[in-house]
Write a protein that binds this ligand. Structure first.
Ligand code: AMP
Length: 271
């Protein structure tokens, strides 16, 4: 797989592919790739002729400096996984924000609640980086994981509002055998904390099995199962608007964010 740092070269390659009539797919990531990421590559591959994957740990979206400093990296293993999953071009930006970069992209509404309420500035960082990545790569189709369910909806909003000609495809959440949602941050968990982390999925599963109850008692049920150090939120929301529901009806989603030790974890399920 061809690894490119220069954004102009990426743009030129994509234009050449498009001139040949190829449909270009894109999977943006922050690296330390796992099966969640490679599943998105496989999905993108089945919707495009050429696949671009980016690896960039975007400082703008980190509201916590130690989280950024401790973010794991594995460049060689990542490149190998990209190759094995049909990536044609690996974009690892060297100087991503050009000198004088002063633009921010901000989606309102959807970003005010859930992770937006507990991680100030996070989604503005996400939409700004993704808007620039979309500008550099100009993909026809881009895949985002349902692991970051709110992020997926925020990106969809941005694409719709800005009239970008990019199809956004959701990729299903991939879990470890024991149910823990795969995340690059899982590597930071101690053995004991990893075991406690399973309670996020267990709480959501119990809620999914009790959807005939009202939302208040569903949340109480979930909270009784969670074994975490700090709960940011546990909510039942409309799957599209992300607004809280009183009853589970239509397309509903259970979403959780919590700290286990120093590590912030998120998870969600369809209800
Ligand atoms: P990240 O590297 O964490 O920024 O994630 C890059 C992309 O991979 C995002 O679209 C995530 O939603 C997606 N992703 C991360 N973990 C998973 C997972 N366990 N299952 C599915 N997609 C995932």
């Amino acid at each position: 797989v061809d690894s490119v740092g220069c954004s102009e070269r990426v743009g030129a390659q994509v234009r050449a592919w498009k001139a040949e009539g190829c449909r270009v797919g894109f999977v943006p990531t922050m690296g330390f790739l796992h099966r969640g990421h490679t599943s998105l590559m496989d999905l993108a591959r089945s919707h495009c002729d050429r696949l671009v994957v980016s690896i960039f740990v975007n400082p703008l979206q980190f509201d916590d400096v130690t989280d950024l400093e401790r973010y794991p990296i594995a460049p060689a293993a990542d490149a190998e996984k990209c190759r094995a999953h049909g990536t044609d071009l690996l974009y690892v930006p060297s100087n991503f924000y050009p000198e004088g970069f002063s633009t921010a992209v901000s989606v309102g509404g959807l970003t005010e609640r859930l992770c937006g309420a507990t991680r100030p500035g996070h989604f503005d960082g996400v939409t700004t980086v993704v808007a620039r990545l979309f500008g550099v790569v100009s993909p026809d189709v881009a895949v985002f994981g349902e692991k970051d369910y709110q992020q997926l909806q925020v990106i969809r909003s941005m694409v719709r509002d800005l009239g970008l000609a990019i199809e956004v495809l959701p990729g299903p959440l991939v879990r470890d055998e024991d149910g823990l949602a795969l995340s690059s941050r899982n590597t930071r968990l101690s053995v004991k904390d990893r075991r406690r982390s399973l309670s996020l999925h267990q709480a959501l599963l119990a809620m999914a099995q009790a959807v005939d109850r009202d939302v208040e008692s569903l949340i109480a049920l979930g909270k009784s199962i969670l074994d975490v150090d700090r709960l940011d939120y546990l909510e039942v929301v409309d799957a599209d608007t992300l607004l809280p529901l009183k009853e589970v009806e239509g397309k509903a989603r259970g979403l959780v964010a919590a700290y286990v030790g120093e590590t912030r974890l998120i998870d969600n399920v369809a209800l």
